[in-house]
Design a protein around this ligand. Structure first.
Ligand SMILES: *[C@@H]1O[C@H](CO)[C@@H](O)[C@H](O)[C@H]1NC(C)=O
Ligand SMILES: *[C@@H]1O[C@H](CO)[C@@H](O)[C@H](O)[C@H]1NC(C)=O
Ligand SMILES: *[C@@H]1O[C@H](CO)[C@@H](O)[C@H](O)[C@H]1NC(C)=O
Ligand SMILES: *[C@@H]1O[C@H](CO)[C@@H](O)[C@H](O)[C@H]1NC(C)=O
Length: 423
């Protein structure tokens, strides 16, 4: 029996909302988008429904056994890395990966799927005035591992992947190489992605997404004060709560699902954030109906001017970080063979038997005001007291859900559940 060598899949998702950075005038991104779309020989959105299905299936698997814990991950990062890995898989393994990613191979061909990912990565990663998004992939290989040139070429063409060589026998140096690479690509936000590495690993696949957006309507930083956040019936934590009193936002009180849905816009129209605030004690009820269709429904409703109103908005300023060993979760999503000797990665390398060992994913979320001048805050607070009766109040002081959506590719960049912003 040939000796098995190991592959490792590393995914890093990072989301920074509203960095403290001078704002610039927004350009007209939607116009740029339609101009760019015409250069692609695909509808542009062909892979979007499958990616959304995958995102929600994964959410339910991650969230259900951890109902009291924060959840935060980048479904797009995970789909992209696995789709890239499928280029190296043969036979049933390849089918299993793509079907696990919710693709229907009778309606979408392999080239269409990979072209779809190329399109999404290109659109998300292109320079925009008020949004910094970086996506990328790297293959970290043992110095003596010969890859099939077709695999290298194909992953470079569709996934723009970079190849880095290392000596896996020198575990410390390899860990440092990987961690430095990810740290640099995520602007220092994801450090120590890997802590231990088995020396028999021969290849590591890394995907990262870095997202930094500026709120279209920033919070005045002088209006941020410590407030109570009700984690559950018996746990209250104090954390900085940002406040806006005079701004209009898109939000609705759902008539059928016990929650309020707020859409917060970025300066760039390329992405929006949905914050779903279940009524007290109704988180599970809302989670049960979370689906791509529900997101589409909220998105559609929130395009109606009727839901654009002045609101007194209180929102926590916080940072959370989550790590997942996806190799424990993916088999439940139909990826049964990937981590077993049955896995067929013959399109990566013909001579050696390769098998996937681990899939790590780490994602970080930072939310803050965007430094606004402090001078306006007293005025803001004064107005809030006098206007309090008429203006609806939206206070995110209990667990809520978050979805960061890339409008121009219809992709879910990040999703999660904030149970305890201080955890
Ligand atoms: C969009 O771009 C086209 C050129 O590609 C230009 O003619 C048009 O005026 C632009 N529309 C807007 C709304 O900026
Ligand atoms: C676009 O795609 C169609 C069908 O997938 C193909 O027949 C056509 O040659 C492609 N055009 C270009 C310019 O690549
Ligand atoms: C895939 O699409 C075909 C054609 O639309 C459909 O008949 C089939 O049921 C789909 N398969 C799955 C697994 O959804
Ligand atoms: C891979 O790309 C290189 C350089 O772009 C090219 O010379 C080579 O023929 C390609 N190999 C295959 C198998 O496509």
């Amino acid at each position: 029996m040939p000796h098995t060598h190991w592959l490792l899949l590393l995914l890093a998702g990072l989301l920074v909302l509203s960095p403290s950075q001078p704002a610039q005038e927004p350009d007209n991104p939607s116009n740029g988008t339609s101009r760019e779309l015409s250069q692609w020989n695909i509808s542009g959105y062909e892979i979007a429904p499958s990616n959304a299905d995958f995102a929600f299936r994964l959410y339910h698997l991650i969230a259900s056994p951890n109902s009291g814990q924060n959840v935060f991950f980048s479904p797009l990062s995970i789909s992209t890395a696995l789709a890239m890995l499928s280029m190296g898989a043969g036979g049933d393994t390849q089918t299993q990966i793509l079907e696990g990613l919710c693709f229907n191979l009778t309606t979408l061909s392999l080239p269409q799927i990979h072209e779809g990912f190329r399109f999404v990565q290109h659109m998300i990663g292109r320079p925009a005035t008020d949004l910094r998004v970086h996506v990328g992939n790297a293959l970290i290989l043992s110095q003596d591992l010969q890859l099939l040139p077709e695999f290298v070429n194909a992953t470079e063409a569709s996934y723009n992947s970079k190849v880095l060589r290392t000596n896996f026998g020198d575990t410390e140096a390899t860990i440092q190489l990987i961690n430095n690479y990810v740290k640099e690509k995520t602007h220092g936000k994801i450090r120590d992605l890997v802590r231990a590495l088995s020396p028999d690993i021969r290849m590591v696949l890394v995907n990262y997404i870095f997202f930094q957006g500026l709120w279209k309507k920033p919070f005045p930083s002088a209006a941020t004060f410590d407030q109570d956040f009700y984690v559950d019936d018996s746990t209250v934590v104090k954390l900085p709560m940002m406040l806006q009193t005079q701004q209009e936002h898109w939000f609705l009180e759902d008539k059928h699902v016990p929650c309020v849905v707020l859409r917060m816009d970025y300066k760039s129209n390329d992405a929006v954030a949905f914050f779903i605030l279940p009524h007290r004690g109704k988180m599970q009820e809302v989670e049960q109906v979370l689906s791509p269709d529900m997101l589409i429904r909220w998105n559609r409703l929130l395009q109606n001017r009727y839901f654009y109103r002045k609101v007194k908005l209180q929102f926590p300023k916080f940072s959370i970080s989550n790590s997942y060993a996806l190799d424990e979760i993916l088999p439940d999503l139909g990826f049964q063979d990937l981590f077993t000797p049955r896995a067929d990665f013959s399109h990566i390398n013909k001579e050696e038997k390769l098998q996937l060992s681990k899939v790590f994913h780490k994602a970080t979320l930072d939310v803050n005001e965007v430094g606004m001048e402090a001078a306006a805050s007293t005025v803001v607070l004064t107005t809030f007291f006098s206007a309090q009766r008429k203006t609806p109040v939206l206070t995110f002081n209990r667990p809520f859900l978050v979805v960061i959506y890339s409008s121009n590719t219809q992709s879910i960049l990040f999703m999660g559940k904030v149970v305890n912003p201080k955890a």
